[in-house]
Design a protein. Structure first.
Length: 393
């Protein structure tokens, strides 16, 4: 039997599934695996609340996008939004870190510290690369795989399978994030499911709202677990890239992972309801609720940023010496995208002498704009404390 016949036979088998989880015995692999339904088909829902939430979410996303387009120098703040998404996404997986770890690489001999730091920086690079890539190419499987490769780059063991769909699965494999009482599809079914998901996303004939498509795509990704590790983080990164690809957002200033982390138990419970009962409708409602609340939160965050930046500018104009005002404004802009800096960092970025940079920092401290970070292992590190407080979870 050729590959096309095998694909058709398996596709027919999966399409005949009518409800509940389909447990398929893979004799080639020697274990039982759960194979979900194909998703490249029409979906209907009975819950009218979904329609109301969908309308509200689209309205909020539109307002957020408009706000961001007119927000002055929004690009200066994008690194903090991305950092917030990365920290929340990692926290869902049980990896707790903070903004200091994101922006100040630790000099440590501890393998654990270095590993955690590398995971964070890789995740940020994956998002930044993906956003940049969308300006040249549409969203694709290639982009998803490359984002995963960057996520796993230079990490022991993980770099070997970064950007590659898993060729196998072991029930006791510690690399899989969600392995309790669940065995994802074997490699033969996985290929079919990935192709099905690709055509589902491109299929305009389904006439499904894109937020519904995103909800279904995310739960399918989290169900089939295409990679050996990093599935959750890659899936949540994909949501951000989808929003930008569809022009729902022009900038990556959306932290859906914060909503999922806030409702972590419900997040996993609702995913498990899909696996155990094939109940996608409840997940769609939860997902769109998250999109709606996150859009509102992002708008509020931009509003707080606008007030704070106006306050900073007022302090510079009214409380700092005339000679240092231009340098102070330049320093403020640098702190937005690099919120932790030493005097040497400031000296290099503003092309000042060490003495001038040090005096500028002292003036920022005296006006309560900067604080010194306690516990820095090298040099003295300063940060915009009120600015960072906005992004802390």
């Amino acid at each position: 039997m050729n590959n096309n016949c095998l694909f058709k036979d398996m596709s027919d088998k999966l399409n005949k599934k009518t409800g509940g989880d389909f447990v398929y015995q893979s004799f080639k692999e020697g274990y039982k695996s759960v194979t979900p339904s194909l998703i490249n088909r029409s979906f209907e829902w009975n819950d009218k609340q979904i329609n109301i939430l969908l309308e509200s979410a689209m309205l909020e996303l539109g307002e957020l996008n408009a706000y961001s387009k007119f927000y002055p120098r929004i690009d200066e703040h994008v690194p903090l939004f991305i950092a917030q998404e990365v920290l929340a996404s990692n926290l869902i997986e049980g990896n707790k870190s903070n903004l200091y770890q994101v922006f100040v690489p630790e000099i440590s001999k501890s393998f654990k510290v270095k590993y955690a730091q590398k995971e964070i920086t890789n995740h940020i690079k994956a998002i930044q690369w993906g956003v940049g890539e969308l300006t040249k190419f549409p969203l694709s499987i290639r982009l998803v795989k490359e984002s995963h490769r960057i996520l796993c780059a230079d990490l022991p063991v993980k770099k070997e399978f970064g950007g590659k769909f898993r060729p196998f699965f072991q029930a006791n494999d510690l690399l899989l994030e969600d392995k309790a009482d669940y065995t994802p599809p074997n490699k033969h079914d996985l290929k079919i499911l990935i192709n099905d998901a690709k055509w589902f996303w491109r299929n305009e004939d389904l006439e499904l709202p894109y937020l519904i498509k995103m909800a279904i795509s995310l739960c399918q990704f989290e169900t089939i677990l295409p990679f050996l590790d990093g599935n959750g983080r890659t899936a949540r990164t994909l949501i951000l890239l989808e929003l930008i690809s569809l022009n729902f957002l022009s900038k990556p200033i959306f932290c859906l992972s914060a909503f999922f982390e806030k409702n972590r138990l419900e997040y996993y419970h609702r995913l498990n309801l899909i696996r155990s009962r094939n109940d996608v409708e409840q997940w769609i409602r939860f997902f769109i609720t998250g999109m709606n609340e996150t859009a509102i939160h992002s708008k509020e965050l931009l509003g707080r940023l606008e007030q704070l930046t106006e306050h900073y500018e007022s302090v510079i104009e009214n409380k700092m010496g005339v000679k240092r005002r231009n340098s102070a404004k330049q320093l403020l802009a640098e702190f937005y995208s690099s919120p932790f800096m030493s005097v040497n960092d400031i000296k290099e970025k503003l092309n000042l002498s060490f003495q001038s940079a040090n005096l500028l920092v002292k003036e920022f401290e005296s006006t309560n704009l900067l604080r010194e970070h306690v516990g820095a292992r090298r040099n003295r590190i300063f940060y915009l404390w009120e600015y960072l407080a906005i992004f802390e979870m």
